[in-house]
Each structure stands twice: as structure tokens, then as C-alpha cells.
Write a protein that binds this ligand. Structure first.
Ligand code: SF4
Ligand code: SF4
Length: 417
């Protein structure tokens, strides 16, 4: 998930820029658009325009995509796609606004927090003196990468070494004149080390604890009861409750994610419906189907690019999380053509068991089906078969030309449920 604190008006990121690192450029955000590149004109026009529209970057502008945009950001021919992807991702940030928020922030603090699950238990930091629970994590230090921060904070507070995913959720809190950015990472325990508590953490008797997920969600759900008496705890419990209900509320239901990944026209949609009905019939379990097609505007005259799919695949994962959180399982019908789309899906759904099915058939059959349906750009099926990711390593492969949807659904049921 993008670190939006470093995203400039034109959708670039100053983080890691050599000119900024060696002091030649102050950074576009810090200099409010007055960077050396634009010295003659005084200020970057893109930056000035976003400020006049009160938005951080063009993708959030009510006029986006305005007719001037391609010429203003001429160095990026894919600027509309880039901004669309950024906008979709930005929409997924959760915002909690405190009653004392003054309407504009002057300070930003970033913290990284680890969600470490073992079975259906969650790793927590518990203050034995105050009786307060929290997800392990803490503030980003100067020059530190976010994942490094997450590893360090979890290790210092709990003594567990973890391997974190990329950031899977951002919750921004607004209190007073401050914006608190909370970046959440799932983590897998890889080892142990010595706990290193701060003086304050020692005073409150901080200890690591493993608690059943449902129990800690219950504890955090009482956030409103601290209103007026312990505002710090109220805000923190609300934030952690929001994160856990969004990312892993349904873990104890034992439901799983079945990913049907295959090229366009390979018969995934029919198979998904057949499998959904069969699971209900044989196991009395509710599974819902989420299809990438529901998130795309498909025009038979236009090629679908990987960028288009990546821009909406996070929304598909959000919908899958909502369904899983309600206690149902999910069958995902997807055409994944890159490592980044696959990784994002695995990381966002990290809390749930993921079973992968490669849905395939001979290319000749794909082409015939594509011609027969007539609602896809010619060549999509063959291209998506060539670029499908991953190409191997699935839990199961089914051939939709060799067997009927019912037969393939039965195989999936027998092998993966
Ligand atoms: S100064 Fe303008 S072009 Fe340069 S990074 Fe900032 S918004 Fe983009
Ligand atoms: S989308 Fe166009 S009008 Fe809106 S801020 Fe960007 S350049 Fe300005």
C-alpha cells in the first residue's frame, strides 16, 4: 500500500529521490511546489492547481481527469491510469476524526503496527498495571523503512521476530492539529529475541500475550465506554477495533478463500457458481463469489492492461474481506497477470487460508470461446493465458475442456474442503 505522505501533486514520490537525499532539492511537498526545476516559473503548475482545488494530488480532484492533465504531466503517458490507481488506493484509507480536530493538521506522525496471528490467537501487548491492551507497534524513526519499524517495534515489545507483509491497511486519525498515520502489517513469527522495553513500558508492566481473536475484538469493541474518562484508550481501542474487524474478524469461522485463477474465457465464472452451489449442498457452508469482472468496465474494442486490473484488484480484496468478516467463505474469480496483483491479494487476505486453483484449457478452446461470447477484445484470452501469474505452484489444476463444471467443482470440493 502506497505511503501517501510522500505522494506529490503529480503522483510521484519524493522518497528515495537522489536529489532530495543529497540536499539539492528540498522535496516538492516540503517546498510547497517551489522546487529548483520550476525556479523560472516560480512554482510548478500541477502543484499550484492541486492546491487551488484543495486536493493532495490530481486523482482526488473533482475535475479529474481534466483536459489539461496530459500536457501538464507530459512526462508520464500513463498519468490518467496512474492517478486512477492512486485514487482507488487512497479511498481505502480509513479515517477517524476526533471531536477536538481543528480541521487542518500541522503535524504528521507515522506508526507501524503488527498483526501477528497464530491459529486463531493474536499477539498483543498488555499493560498489567493499567489493564490496557494494544497491538504491538510504534513510531517510525528517522531514515527507517516502515517494515523495519514494524519488525523492530514488535521485537522490542514482545520478543518475537516477525516477517511482515507490505502494509495492508492505513488508518489515519485526526486529533487537535495532528494527523496520526497508522500503517498495519500482517506478520509471521520467525524467531525470538530479548524484549527491550522503554522506561514507560516498564512502569506500566508491559507483557506480550496471545489472546483469541474474538476475545480481543470484544475488548476493543468497548471503545465507547471510555469516552470522557480515558480518551487515549477510547481512541486506541476504536482504531484497533476498526483494523481487526476489517482484516480478520471472520478468522474463527474457519472459512477459506478459494482463488480460481485462469485466463479470460477459461470458464471460471460458471465453475465458481457450480462450486458455490455444491459447497452449500454437500457441506451446508455459505460461500460467495467475487469476480474481477464486477470491478472492471469491459469494452470489447479495448485491450485490458495489467495496470487496469491492479487498479481495482484491491477493491476486490476489500469486498472479499467484508464477506469473510461476515462469516462466509469466498470464491474469487480472477485473471491475475502479475506478481504484484498476486502478492497484494495474498497479503490483504493473509489472515485466512488461501487455496489456489489454476483453471485452464487448451488455447484453441479459449479462442473459440472468446469468439463465441463476443464481449471481449480479440486476443485477450490467449494473452492472459500467456501472462497468467503464477504459472505453477497451485493447490490444484482443473481443465474446463476435459471435464464439466460439475465434475471440476466436485474435484475442488473433495481436494480443498
Ligand atoms: S514540483 Fe510539480 S512536477 Fe515536481 S514533483 Fe512536485 S508536483 Fe510533481
Ligand atoms: S486534475 Fe487538472 S484541474 Fe484537477 S488539480 Fe490536476 S491539473 Fe488541476
Amino acid at each position: 500500500m502506497t505511503d501517501f505522505s510522500a505522494i506529490t501533486a503529480c503522483g510521484e514520490s519524493c522518497s528515495g529521490c537522489a536529489k532530495k537525499l543529497d540536499g539539492r532539492c528540498p522535496g516538492c511537498i516540503e517546498a510547497d511546489g517551489h522546487v529548483p526545476e520550476w525556479a523560472e516559473s516560480g512554482r510548478c503548475r500541477v502543484h499550484a492547481c492541486t492546491r487551488s482545488h484543495h486536493v493532495q494530488f490530481c486523482g482526488l480532484c473533482p475535475e479529474f481527469p481534466c483536459p489539461e492533465l496530459p500536457s501538464l504531466i507530459a512526462w508520464n503517458p500513463d498519468i490518467v491510469e496512474r492517478m486512477t490507481a492512486l485514487r482507488n488506493e487512497y479511498k481505502r484509507i480509513v479515517r477517524i476524526v476526533g471531536s477536538n480536530y481543528c480541521g487542518r493538521w500541522n503535524k504528521t506522525r507515522t506508526a507501524c503496527r503488527g498483526i501477528v496471528i497464530r491459529g486463531n490467537r493474536l499477539l498483543l501487548s498488555f499493560e498489567t498495571v493499567t489493564g490496557q491492551w494494544m497491538l504491538p507497534g510504534g513510531g517510525l524513526e528517522a531514515g527507517e523503512e516502515e517494515r523495519e519499524c514494524c519488525i523492530r517495534e514488535v521485537a522490542e515489545e514482545t520478543g518475537f521476530l516477525i516477517c511482515p507483509t507490505e502494509c495492508v491497511l492505513e488508518i489515519d486519525e485526526f486529533y487537535g492539529d495532528c494527523r496520526w498515520v497508522n500503517r498495519y502489517f500482517f506478520g509471521e513469527v520467525t524467531g525470538e529475541t530479548a524484549v527491550r522495553l522503554t522506561e514507560r513500558e516498564k512502569e506500566v508492566g508491559m507483557e506480550p500475550r496471545w489472546l483469541p481473536l474474538d476475545q480481543i475484538i470484544d475488548i476493543f469493541s468497548a471503545h465507547a465506554s471510555y469516552a470522557g474518562t480515558d480518551e487515549m484508550r477510547r481512541g486506541m481501542y476504536l482504531r484497533e477495533y476498526t483494523a481487526l474487524t476489517r482484516l480478520c474478524r471472520g478468522v474463527s469461522s474457519g472459512r477459506q478463500v478459494i482463488l480460481l485463477n485462469g485466463p479470460s474465457s477459461s470458464g471460471k465464472s460458471t465453475l465458481a457458481k457450480e462450486l458455490q452451489a455444491l459447497v452449500k449442498e454437500r457441506k451446508s457452508e455459505n460461500y460467495k463469489v467475487v469476480s474481477i469482472d464486477d470491478f472492471m468496465v469491459v469494452n470489447p474494442m479495448e485491450t485490458i492492461y495489467e495496470d487496469d486490473v491492479y487498479a481495482v484488484s484491491g477493491d476486490l480484496c476489500e469486498q472479499a474481506l467484508e464477506i469473510l468478516g461476515s462469516g462466509s467463505g469466498v470464491i474469487i474469480d480472477h485473471v491475475i497477470t502479475s506478481e504484484r496483483i498476486f502478492r497484494q491479494l495474498k497479503e490483504m487476505l493473509f489472515a485466512y487460508p488461501l487455496r489456489t486453483v489454476h483453471v485452464t484449457c487448451p488455447v484453441k478452446v479459449l479462442i473459440e470461446r472468446e469468439q463465441a461470447r463476443g464481449d471481449r477484445c480479440a486476443g485477450s484470452a490467449e494473452a492472459s493465458a500467456e501472462y497468467l501469474y503464477p504459472q505453477g505452484g497451485y493447490d490444484l489444476t482443473v481443465d474446463t475442456a476435459a471435464k464439466s463444471p460439475r465434475e471440476n467443482a466436485l474435484t475442488i470440493l473433495e481436494r480443498l474442503f
